[in-house]
Design a protein around this ligand. Structure first.
Ligand SMILES: *Cc1c(COP(=O)(O)O)cnc(C)c1O
Ligand SMILES: [Zn+2]
Length: 388
């Protein structure tokens, strides 16, 4: 298989950069860089009907993935997770056509595996051997797992109150863990300082160009698994927003390759009312989101007070005709129990937030009972035993 990666492009000022050397953010404006592909050639090389013969993981879309040499792919089998019809939950909630894509079935038990498989593989291809990252949750264990498999060194900086599972997965995979007395922003400072001292490459989300390429494969899979017809709405628990902007990128790429038409799902971003910078910016009609003060929610993956890709998230949800809304931690817990008892799925709090959001969207009429609706369950509830 061959990748049709051509270059990097700034999503804000459109300046282009070479994809042959390591970059983090745009050197001109400091915003997010996206990998770009020769999609006309990719389209000729890969007919969507040929996908059925490919391995059931996210690397089946290799032509539009950023690794040039297949030998550099570090994989634990991430992606191609199932989409289940949630008939009993749908009946309970009054949604006749409700689906859940279960990202909890990924290696490391969350969809962070997708982004880190892509980013760690690309770092390896570019000759980088030492990685660092601040994390409040699942990204850390995903990074250290792929670094372990790739024989690379990994440093992680975490607030000292992160969930036990997230600490243990870093340690057992051989990551260098530093617990920071403070918040994720303090962990970020510590990671930056160490990166400068020891020449570590920082793979914070959307602050390097390749994690989004792993997460965009959710968009490819949704199209492929639903027979190349996208759902009417996708509800996504939004932290850094890499998944939502990744799916949005995938839809544009697929349209350019003639795999789907111009219709898009309404994209809904869900946050906790204890940390909702994107919802506030959406409601205010702002292009960027102000950092959220005193962020608090047990849904660690969406406790992200400031996102570098805020303008991309807000752009996607507005263009899609979707929206942004909050749920409370109580609602999250209630829906964790409801989804488990009706569907047999022990989903994570972030995933449960999408079900709680759906009930609001149905009652305020933004979605209707016969819409085809997809919830993203982004991880396994087994990583969050403390919150129960
Ligand atoms: C990181 C994370 C999220 C948020 O993902 P983004 O793409 O950064 O918005 C949601 N759920 C879980 C379980 C996570 O680990
Ligand atoms: Zn720029």
């Amino acid at each position: 298989m061959k990748s049709y990666l051509t270059h990097l492009e700034c999503t804000y000022c459109s300046v282009t950069q070479s994809a042959d050397v390591a970059h983090r953010v745009c050197p001109d404006c400091g915003k997010v860089l996206y990998p770009r592909y020769d999609l006309a050639l990719a389209k000729k090389a890969l007919d969507r009907s040929a996908l059925k013969d490919r391995a059931a993981n996210m690397w089946r879309y290799f032509e539009v993935m950023p690794i040039l040499d297949e030998a550099n792919v570090i994989t634990l089998g991430e992606g191609y997770t199932p989409i289940f019809q949630a008939a009993r939950l749908g009946e309970d909630m009054g949604a006749s056509s409700l689906y859940i894509k279960d990202e909890g079935l990924n290696p490391t038990a969350s969809f962070k595996a997708r982004g880190l498989s892509a980013a760690v593989s690309k770092a390896k291809e570019l000759g980088i051997t030492k990685l660092t990252m601040p994390s409040a949750g699942n990204a850390a264990g995903a990074m250290t797992s792929y670094a372990a498999k790739g024989g690379m060194e990994a440093y992680v900086f975490m607030p000292k109150d992160v969930p036990e599972a997230n600490r243990q997965e870093v340690l057992i995979t051989g990551g260098n863990l530093t617990l920071v007395d403070g918040l994720i922003s303090d962990a970020g400072q510590a990671s930056k300082a160490r990166a400068a001292e020891e020449d570590l490459f920082d793979v914070s989300t959307l602050q390097e160009p390749y994690r989004v390429e792993g997460k965009k494969t959710m968009g490819y899979e949704i199209a492929e698994q639903m027979g190349w017809t996208l759902p009417d709405a996708i509800i996504y628990p939004t932290g850094g927003g890499t998944g939502i902007v990744g799916m949005w990128k995938a839809f544009a790429e697929m349209e350019e390759m003639g795999w789907i038409g111009s219709e898009r799902p309404k994209m809904f971003a869900v946050q906790s009312d204890g940390c909702a910078p994107i919802v506030r910016a959406f409601d205010n009609g702002d292009e960027f989101a102000e950092p959220w003060q005193n962020a608090a929610t047990m849904a660690a993956g969406i406790r992200v007070p400031a996102a570098i890709g805020d303008y991309l998230i807000l752009g996607a949800i507005r263009e899609s005709g979707g929206g942004a809304l909050t749920v409370t931690d109580d609602e999250i817990l209630r829906y964790m129990r409801k989804v488990a008892s009706l569907e047999g799925m022990f989903i994570c709090p972030e995933g449960a937030a999408t079900a709680a959001a759906l009930s609001k969207l149905l009652s305020d009429g933004r979605l209707s009972s016969d819409d085809n609706i997809l919830l993203l369950n982004t991880g396994s509830g087994l990583k969050y035993l403390e919150v129960l």
